[in-house]
Design a protein around this ligand. Structure first.
Ligand code: KOT
Length: 820
């Protein structure tokens, strides 16, 4: 960025308003002003973006291509200004012309090209790659409709399409010069060449063009601007009515339909794969285009493909882009003319795989007939990879059918994408230490035995630039005051707070900041829901995707239990608490949607019961997304991280709460384990079964939730309240399926498969400790400060540096804008 010039900046905004809308500043709407400001900011980014791309062109450093079906970006304007270290200056300049930066920021659509943790992780990784100065491309899909907008109507979730591109997105740049053909369907004809080798000729296919849109990823204060490429689909030929014969006309119509539907919508299921044909087409579409672009870029400098692994590494974000393995093989063999062995050697040095979950329903498997019909040539290659891999398995384990059953890529009529990723990838990583251990010792045991050298852990992280500097400016200033500048790029610097955590003055300051942030959220809650909350109550927050394993149901049952207690003993000593929920449920996920309805109905009953004097409030925040998440984390006292142990691979929300000084109540699951290690037992509330205990029950089938229901009167009472009309205006059926979840035992779907009743008593007791602790303001403040002080490990900068050191082996680039 050139040195910021206020005058020029202001002039540019008024010029933009004039040229874009034929208006002057006074006439323009806030949305128009946002477009004008965003364009001016993009202009400030441009020189660094050009300079970065020039350095990459000239020095040709090894580059990571982060392949991901999801990037949950959140708004860019404020974040870009933070990373350009121009936020305060721009805010001041706008004030001079009567504009409020906050209001302007809120006009930006919140680009939600992702579901939850996996997509948000990809976005944090890009921020860290750029901020550390590493050459990187994110590669994804330009969905017309990202994650749906959630409305709550009479307590039920309603999904509304989110047309984020409606007014144009100012930070994207169409790059028509990067346009690649991607082929679907048809047949493969084999032809013998003169040299005796085979040619594989793909015929009768449908083709679409992938057209690149680039988004800038601004590094923090270092002039590096990396690129996120999102691919749009366009028909190859625009059909004209006159110049086609009938056959051509049909094909043109089909191809343009395909182009339109391909990128129409993000599949809104988190950790649940349905195996829809269109999803496979989306995967192949963006993977093929990304690999073609990477190879075209490489070939500008090289004639032989042999050095590709020295210049390019593809990181596969879960199995969704795993077709990359076969697509790279296809291009190396069919297009570049390499032998199978040469191509395999290159491919297996270029691709690496990250696993994000052990949940069975999230494992991608494609029926072979569908896969073969949609991608006939790619399928041939997968078939050959599998044939050779099965030979390797037999070689290593002669006569052992079990090993083939668990590791073969093609099995039981299905293509198993994780098996392909592990067979081909040179690295396989989990996302928290416990998760990686479970992969090695349980779910991927056979693979670990065969390829121990591939397995490694990379504990997730989050970017402090968005989730502290931007989301919580008051706490950011507090950290700067006591730790100095520099935490923006070195989060370990917050450790200096350890020495201050006992100081009553510092504690008071912290608690005042927290209270301000609670006021900000209370105002938002009042505006959105009409519910008034007490900012001096404990803000107890559970925000994340709705999934049974994340156990929002356990949380609301605990609220029902507390309410029973208060009703039974109106004079009991009770620390006022506001239970805040936010979660989207996949559209077809019945128990998840019913849980949302239950939370809203419980809220309705409790919030309107004047007899409890407002001691409990329950709030469901509609449309939980990155932009309101920043405010929610900032305002939290208590962070709910209560997944069934072993099920949450890592979690990243847990880290964002910690960064904002909330105390965690959680199970020993995912990255909670490592947070516990960092912050110490006196500053975190742990409860429940361990992962090994859960795995033990699952293996031995000896968990009996019915016994707990029969013997624990508190459990018995809250479960019965699901079917006695207490929370359903007398309707006994509305929550029957949730009741049945606990007690209906079927071989394929055991009762209470997420061990809610097993952990319930321990959860109640631990929540009592939380309440008692909150009474001691000084102890609480100290623990909250300790959370901020000990969060350093969970910066995504640390995570990315580990990926670089152990997997990618990149070198930093230096960008000096010539204009300086
Ligand atoms: C799986 C299939 C489809 C869509 C999403 C997934 C998915 C999401 N798998 N794992 N995740 C989450 O990834 C986060 C980032 O690593 C983790 O922190 C979180 O624990 C996973 O549930």
């Amino acid at each position: 960025m050139k040195a910021f010039n206020k005058k020029i900046f202001i002039k540019q905004i008024s010029d933009n308003v004039k040229n874009m809308y034929r208006k002057n500043l006074e006439e323009a709407s806030q949305e128009e002003l946002f477009q004008a400001v965003a364009d001016a900011v993009k202009n400030m980014i441009m020189d660094d973006w050009i300079a970065t791309q020039q350095v990459m062109e000239k020095d040709e450093p090894k580059t990571v291509y982060y392949l991901s079906m999801e990037f949950l970006l959140g708004r860019a304007l404020g974040n870009n200004l933070i990373n350009m270290t121009a936020y305060a200056q721009v805010k001041e300049a706008l004030e001079e012309i009567g504009l409020d930066l906050n209001t302007i920021e809120q006009q930006e659509p919140d680009p939600a090209l992702g579901n939850g943790g996996l997509g948000r992780l990809a976005a944090c990784f890009l921020d860290s790659l750029a901020s550390l100065g590493y050459p990187a491309y994110g590669c994804g899909i330009r969905y017309r409709y990202g994650m749906f907008k959630q409305q709550i109507v009479e307590g039920f979730q309603v999904e509304v399409p989110d047309n984020w591109l409606k007014n144009g997105y100012p930070f994207e740049m169409k790059r028509p010069e990067y346009c690649y053909e991607v082929r679907f369907g048809g047949h493969v004809r084999m032809e013998m060449r003169e040299d005796g080798n085979m040619d594989f000729i793909h015929e009768d296919y449908q083709a679409v063009n992938a057209v690149a849109y680039d988004l800038p990823i601004v590094g923090y204060n270092n002039h590096v601007v990396d690129t996120l490429i999102i691919w749009d689909a366009q028909p190859e030929v625009e059909f004209s009515l006159t110049s086609f014969n009938e056959g051509q006309y049909h094909k043109a119509v089909e191809e343009s339909n395909l182009a339109r539907t391909l990128v129409e919508v993000l599949y809104p299921n988190d950790e649940h794969i349905q195996g829809k044909e269109l999803r496979l087409k989306q995967q192949y579409f963006f993977v093929s285009a990304s690999i073609q672009r990477a190879i075209a870029k490489y070939k500008k400098h090289h004639r032989s493909l042999k050095q590709l692994p020295k210049k390019v590494v593809f990181q596969m974000n879960d199995t969704h882009p795993t077709v990359a393995v076969a697509e790279l093989m296809r291009i190396l063999i069919d297009v570049e003319g390499l032998s199978w062995d040469e191509a395999w050697k290159i491919t297996t040095q270029c691709v690496a795989y990250t696993n994000h979950t052990i949940m069975a329903e999230a494992l991608e498997k494609w029926p072979i007939d569908i896969f073969e019909r949609i991608l006939p040539r790619v399928y041939q290659i997968v078939d050959e990879i599998n044939r050779r891999f099965v030979l390797d398995i037999m070689d290593r384990y002669p006569g052992n059918e079990d090993k083939i059953r668990s590791m073969a890529i093609l099995y039981d009529g299905q293509v198993r994408m994780a098996n392909l990723a592990i067979a081909a990838g040179f690295s396989v990583n989990g996302v928290a230490r416990l998760h990686t251990e479970i992969l090695k010792n349980e779910s991927l045991k056979d693979f670990y035995e065969m390829f121990p050298e591939k397995f490694n852990n990379k504990t997730n992280g989050i970017t402090q630039r968005r989730f502290l500097a931007h989301g919580n400016p008051l706490l950011a200033d507090f950290v700067t005051k006591y730790c100095g500048k520099g935490w923006e790029t070195d989060l370990q610097k917050t450790r200096k707070l350890i020495a201050k955590a006992d100081d009553p003055k510092v504690q008071k300051e912290f608690m005042e900041i927290k209270r301000e942030n609670k006021k900000r959220l209370a105002k938002y809650i009042l505006e959105k829901t009409g519910i008034e909350v007490n900012v001096d109550s404990i803000f107890d927050v559970h925000v994340k995707r709705l999934h049974e394993y994340k156990r929002q149901l356990m949380n609301i049952l605990h609220v029902m239990y507390l309410y029973n207690r208060l009703k039974d003993n109106p004079d009991m000593d009770f620390v006022p608490r506001t239970f805040i929920f936010g979660a989207k449920a996949a559209a077809g996920y019945r128990n998840a949607k019913n849980t949302i309805k239950l939370i809203n109905n419980v809220a309705d009953v409790i919030n309107h019961d004047v007899s409890i004097g407002g001691k409990i409030k329950v709030v469901f925040i509609e449309d939980y997304k990155v932009s309101n998440a920043e405010w929610i984390y900032a305002a939290a006292d208590v962070s709910e991280q209560i997944s069934t142990a072993s099920k949450e691979a890592s979690g990243t929300g847990n880290m964002k709460f910690m960064l904002n000084g909330a105390l965690t109540i959680g199970t020993m699951d995912g990255a909670n384990v490592e947070m516990f290690e960092e912050v110490g037992e006196e500053n975190m509330f742990i409860f429940g079964l361990s992962a090994q205990e859960v795995i033990g029950f699952e293996r031995n089938h000896n968990y009996r939730p019915g016994d707990i229901y029969n013997n624990d009167p508190d459990v018995n009472r809250v479960l019965n309240q699901l079917i006695d009309g207490t929370y359903s205006h007398g309707d006994y059926e509305l929550f029957r399926s949730l009741y049945n979840y606990f007690l209906n035992d079927r071989p394929d779907n055991p009762a209470d498969r997420y061990f809610i009743l097993a952990d319930f008593r321990s959860y109640i007791q631990t929540q009592e400790k939380v309440a008692a602790y909150y009474r001691n303001r000084s102890a609480w403040a100290k623990s909250a400060i300790m959370n901020v002080a000990c969060v350093g490990k969970f910066s995504s900068d640390r995570t990315i540096q580990e990926y670089v050191d152990d997997i990618w082996h990149l070198e930093k680039i230096k960008v000096r804008t010539s204009l300086f």
